[in-house]
Design a protein around this ligand. Structure first.
Ligand code: 13P
Ligand code: SF4
Length: 304
């Protein structure tokens, strides 16, 4: 049944000239039919390297918007209209304008998990895998980091020479993880290395053997000599790692570390977008696109 749907998707993908991008938090049946999979940074510019007329982003809204910002000539689709990132929708432009008035000397660095509209008011964009390097490379010393205070605090520890102001915001999925969760997981698996995403609260991140982005965690697990790992990020990464490295053991930090927005998209939703019966095409006013693109171009420059 799953294979039948996948085969139909592969056939329609060719016929209708689609490129499918899937974030690592998607389920394995979707990752298998994607042209490219990866974390937010890896996926951000992938569509610019393909000639397909249509792009389907299996992820959340800000990711589809990112594709549209870099590839305005393509038709970009999100399979589920309500697949949003609560953190990306935390601030609106009026709130950010007020913050900029409070910190007039600060350069605004936006986590990529922000709406395209909000990006129009930001100076530099970062992803979790590029934040430390980009902020180190920036000539500016005073930074207003939005919207994730946990990632902002993590970067501050790695780059103490900069002054980073954060606001109270973050990812509900990762911020849900507690010190108690870590103590419980470590007691159950004392030999395991603990790997964590910096979207977790600082008290949890401080207990880790390694903290980094999705790709960072996956690379660490691949290269490490250790045989078992507690994974402090979205639980699909636990499954992907277990599938990729069957000789090692991977344990979730908590069974509650699930992003319901990322899990909205199903294989059948993907099929329906290709059939033209479901999904939303991302549209963007050209003036807004160009304004939002400025901070993303700076991300690419500074990330080199
Ligand atoms: P990365 O893909 O940058 O690791 O971010 C994780 C995440 O929460 C995506 O929404
Ligand atoms: Fe947003 Fe967190 Fe879900 Fe990522 S995991 S999409 S940051 S809510």
């Amino acid at each position: 049944m799953i294979a039948d749907i996948q085969n139909e998707i592969l056939k329609l993908k060719k016929e209708k000239d689609f490129c499918i991008l899937a974030h690592c938090y998607q389920t394995p049946d979707i990752l298998e039919i994607a042209d490219f999979t990866g974390d937010s940074f890896a996926l951000s510019t992938k569509a610019t390297s393909v000639s397909n007329k249509n792009v389907l982003m299996c992820g959340v809204r800000f990711m589809a918007e990112t594709v549209k910002i870099f590839s305005p000539e393509k038709n970009v689709y999100l399979s589920k209209s309500d697949a949003g990132c609560p953190m990306a929708e935390l601030l609106d432009v009026d709130m950010l304008r007020q913050l900029k008035e409070t910190y007039p000397e600060h350069t605004v660095v936006a986590y990529v998990n922000t709406t395209a509209e909000l990006k129009t008011l930001c100076d530099v964009c970062v992803t979790s895998s590029s934040a430390v390097q980009i902020i180190k490379n920036m000539p500016e010393n005073k930074i207003l980091f939005i919207p994730d205070c946990n990632l902002g605090n993590f970067v501050q520890k790695q780059v103490p020479e900069k002054e980073i102001v954060t606001i109270h915001g973050g990812c509900p999925t990762h911020a849900r993880m507690t010190v108690k969760d870590v103590e419980k997981a470590k007691a159950a698996h004392p030999e395991a290395k603990f790997l964590v995403h910096p979207e977790c609260i600082p008290e949890v991140t401080a207990m880790a053997d390694y903290a980094g982005s999705t790709t960072g965690i996956m690379d660490y697990a691949e290269k490490s000599e250790a045989k078992s790992f507690i994974i402090g990020t979205e639980n699909s990464i636990v499954q992907h790692l277990q599938l990729a490295y069957p000789d090692k053991l991977f344990y979730p930090l908590s069974k509650d570390c699930v992003c319901h927005n990322m899990k909205l998209t199903t294989l059948v939703d993907v099929l329906n977008v290709l059939k033209g019966t479901d999904g939303e095409e991302i549209t963007m006013d050209e003036e807004m696109r160009l304004k939002a693109k400025r901070c993303m171009d700076r991300m690419l420059e500074l990330g080199k």
